[in-house]
Design a protein around this ligand. Structure first.
Ligand SMILES: [Mg+2]
Length: 125
């Protein structure tokens, strides 16, 4: 499988972040989906079965941790990379326990995130 067969879901309540990440990963040829909150993300995950999720932790309604708990409950196997704000270490710890593979603190270096996403997607082959 090449990167162009991969599905990546961007979950963030900030429009600007969704647009930025969509642009960067579309350029790699990946199929990008977007959700502004956990509830919409869950619907998309069930429908599209993405390979990787870039997950914001703080969102109104269902947040990142709640979404991770739900994914675990439904035994959905997907790579999750968290995006947090500075100082959210408790959340990072909890999310790691729930199976998140990596985390980036905002504002992150987009090229570092890109490298990590590609690494995670190609590692699992
Ligand atoms: Mg947020």
């Amino acid at each position: 499988m090449s990167l162009s067969d991969k599905k990546v879901l961007v979950v963030d309540d900030q429009y600007g972040i969704r647009i930025l990440l969509t642009e960067v990963f579309s350029r790699e040829g990946m199929n990008i989906f977007q959700a502004a909150n956990g509830k919409l993300a869950l619907e998309l995950i069930r429908k599209e079965n993405p390979d990787l999720i870039l997950l914001d932790m703080k969102m109104p309604g269902m947040d990142g941790l709640e979404l991770l708990r739900q994914l675990k409950k439904e035994q959905m196997d997907v790579i999750v990379i968290m995006m947090t704000a500075y100082g959210e270490l408790d959340m990072v710890e909890e999310a790691t326990k729930l199976g998140a593979r990596a985390h980036f603190t905002k504002p992150f270096d987009i090229m570092e995130l890109r490298t990590e996403v590609i690494r995670q997607l190609t590692q699992t082959e």
